[in-house]
Design a protein around this ligand. Structure first.
Ligand code: 6GU
Length: 229
């Protein structure tokens, strides 16, 4: 799949897209990610991309011209399944949405200032709006990085079998079970006996019980049907 990201702050996206699983997905050719600097679509001497809001108020709003020019130029090169604006107004990202997006071919992510973008961009060009939670970020860039990470790890061939996204906590709507690695005893704290037993059926049963118990204790909301998974 291909993801185009439009931003006035391309540096904010550098390391999240160049490390770890996302890096691996790109190196393997499973995902192509292209970051577009909105400033290169501004034509005035100062490469202005934002301006004060009509009617007054604090904060700056992204101007329509550079966004229209950038988005329309990209739309002229390929067709997009979704043109997504990252905003606290949007539907909340969850595993179901990440799964859905991972099946698309071409996505465009538009990052705005927190105060917003000119409404005409939303009306004319944006097909979907996504938020990553009930708190305010300074802009959409970190949210875009979150979406790319959540999506990239779902693409076939990105994770190896043992790390497969299908075994993720949340993929089946439950929290994960406790995990341990060597040593078997550390500062008087012991790894649960069952995990050292070598009895795979028993281990699997113990893990499933732990997952249910933890989900009941900490995330009762996940046990409802519409839990976003
Ligand atoms: Cl997508 N953008 C901004 N600016 N703040 C957010 C967000 C997005 N999601 C949660 N808070």
């Amino acid at each position: 799949m291909r993801i185009d990201i439009i931003t006035g702050l391309p540096k904010l996206l550098e390391s999240p897209l160049e490390e770890s699983i996302v890096r691996r997905a790109r190196d393997k050719g499973k995902i192509e990610i292209v970051v577009h600097d909105l400033r290169s679509y501004a034509h005035d001497r100062h490469r202005t991309i934002d301006d004060a809001p009509y009617g007054g108020g604090a904060g700056m709003i992204l101007k329509p011209e550079p966004l229209f020019e950038c988005i329309e130029s990209l739309k002229g090169q390929r067709s997009y399944d979704e043109i997504i604006f990252l905003t606290p107004d949007g539907e909340h990202l969850d595993q179901r949405i990440a799964n859905e997006l991972s099946l698309k071919g071409n996505l465009m992510l538009v990052c705005g200032h927190y105060k917003g973008i000119d409404e005409r961009v939303r009306e004319a060009l944006i097909t979907r709006e996504i938020s990553i939670g009930n708190y305010v970020l300074s802009g959409g860039e970190l949210a875009a990085a979150v979406i790319v990470d959540a999506v990239a790890r779902l693409l076939p061939g990105v994770l190896n079998d043992s790390a497969s996204a299908l075994t993720d906590s949340f993929q089946d709507g439950l929290l994960g079970s406790p995990q341990y690695t060597r040593p078997a005893e550390f500062r008087d704290m012991k790894v649960p006996e069952v995990l050292l037993s070598g009895n795979h059926a028993e281990i699997e049963q113990w893990r499933q019980e732990q997952r249910l118990e933890r989900t009941r204790r900490w995330r009762r909301d996940l046990l409802r049907k519409d839990n976003g998974v």
